[in-house]
Design a protein around this ligand. Structure first.
Ligand code: PLP
Length: 444
């Protein structure tokens, strides 16, 4: 599943002992396993191999440039949703032709940069990125006007909203009728018919992204079936759709065995698309979480253990909080949490909320932020811990660091990428000076 494991009571990432990394680099600290990232990406490629897809890693899930470059070297393209993500992908060495750009609110300057292959004004321009996933008619007009004025030819897919309910939380459902994303199918068919032959911006693809943390293939089957029906109707009118981007959203395994594998999704999706791929349809897939979630842990140091409610409730207060990893506070998400150094009897037999081991205690694991919503776990069974102990928050590689903030003026944490027995700091810890830097330049 991943390369985080206990050996003689000590947690390792690949061949690196995590207590040693934390002692050297400090906490809070995100640690990623290169081997796990690459293995997860290759499992997606293998599962969907019959469709020969371009697998574009969703940068938003784990945007560190070094993570992106490891995935790009292993054969991934990138799915970006902002000029910042495009910049990261280019710095990671990703070829512009392997970049797809989604997002409901692209700015004019982001559009122009992407039409120059990610080059900013003053830099040597390249060819436009591989595919713009656009979300509305006005966006088509802005993009087409820019392409015309720059004298370049770009390709676009229209994000459609197939009206299916999918995703682990209301905030990550993206394809219901009330969603801000995409265009409904009837309108989409009209736009594809109108713009499929435009010279500077050929609209000849369809994009779907139906949600995140999806744990059954059925919503994909439903959405793809609706889109294929639209594609067939268009074909009867002589309008060819040459690209289908099915988005991301495959759930990650946050508790042992709670999410299907890429192969289980592929078993349903591949037969629906195989014949069309043989007849020339290009497939793009945009997985994020399913590649990066289990490739990362968050390490946090216990600052205090305190009792409240007349001694009935035990709080483990850590140096990481909702500012470092917001998923529990925002989505009520489960993360398995365990000390990195335990007695042999406390090596976890699985990663789940219920753990049948002797001598565990119930506690709330919380952060330093001044909000009651600042918690990682409530009523959680864990081995007894004390001030100075190191905890690992598992499956924190997706939407962890990428959603971290400086709330309460805590500097952003460091990031380490492990490969074999080598641990490399790939983002240095922010300092208090970094925190105020942009304000001090104003003088006064
Ligand atoms: C357009 C698009 N593609 C791909 C993804 C990746 O989703 P996930 O990390 O759930 O695979 C997202 C996530 O929000 C997205 O908005």
């Amino acid at each position: 599943m991943d390369d985080f494991h206990y050996r003689d009571g000590e947690l390792y990432c690949e061949g690196v002992r995590l207590s040693e990394v934390a002692a050297e680099v400090g906490t809070p600290l995100y640690v990623y396993s290169r081997g796990t990232l690459v293995e997860h990406a290759s499992k997606v490629r293998a599962a969907f191999a019959e469709l020969n897809p371009l697998v574009c890693f969703a940068v938003k899930s784990c945007p560190n440039i070094h993570v992106l470059s490891a995935l790009a070297e292993s054969g991934c393209g990138m799915d970006v949703v902002s000029g910042g993500e495009l910049r990261r992908a280019r710095l990671a060495g990703v070829d512009p032709s392997r970049i797809v750009f989604a997002g409901v609110g692209k700015t004019d300057s982001e559009i122009r940069d992407a039409l120059r292959g990610g080059a900013r004004p003053g830099e040597e321009p390249g060819d436009p990125i591989g595919l713009f996933n656009i979300e509305s008619e006005p966006e088509y007009e802005v993009l087409a006007t820019a392409a015309r004025s720059m004298g370049v030819r770009a390709r676009a897919a229209l994000r459609v909203n197939p009206g299916v309910k999918a995703g682990g939380h209301a905030y990550v459902e993206t394809a219901t009728e009330s969603s801000k994303f995409g265009v409904d199918l009837d309108r989409a068919a009209q736009l594809l018919e109108r713009f499929s032959h435009e010279k500077h911006l050929r609209l000849s693809g369809v994009h779907l992204h139906i949600g995140s943390s999806i744990v059954t293939p059925e919503p994909y089957a439903e959405a793809i079936a609706r889109v294929l029906a639209m594609i067939d109707t268009l074909a009867a009118k002589g309008v060819t759709v040459d690209t289908l981007d099915i988005g991301g959203g495959f759930g990650a395994d946050y508790q042992t065995g709670d999410a299907p594998t890429a192969a289980e999704f592929a078993r349903v999706i591949v037969p629906m698309l195989k014949g069309r791929v043989e007849r020339g349809l290009r497939i793009v897939i945009e997985p994020g979480r399913s590649i990066s979630a289990n490739a990362g842990v968050l390490l946090t140091r216990v600052l205090y253990v305190k009792l409240s409610g007349g001694g009935a409730r035990k709080f483990v207060v850590c140096d990481a909080g909702m500012n470092t990893l917001i998923r529990p506070a925002l989505y009520d998400a489960f993360h398995f949490i365990w000390p990195t150094s335990v007695s042999p009897q406390h090596e976890p037999i699985r990663r789940s909320a219920t753990m049948d081991l002797p001598g565990l205690e119930t506690c709330d694991v919380v952060g330093p932020v001044c909000e009651s919503g600042d918690f990682f776990a409530k009523d959680r069974l864990m081995p007894m811990v004390a001030r100075g102990d190191l905890l690992a928050v598992f499956a924190a590689g997706a939407y962890g660091m990428s959603m971290a903030s400086r709330y309460n003026s805590h500097p952003l944490p460091a990031e380490v990428l492990v490969s074999g027995t080598h641990a490399k700091v790939v983002r240095r810890r922010e300092t208090l000076d970094d925190l105020v830097e942009h304000e001090l330049v104003l003088g006064g």
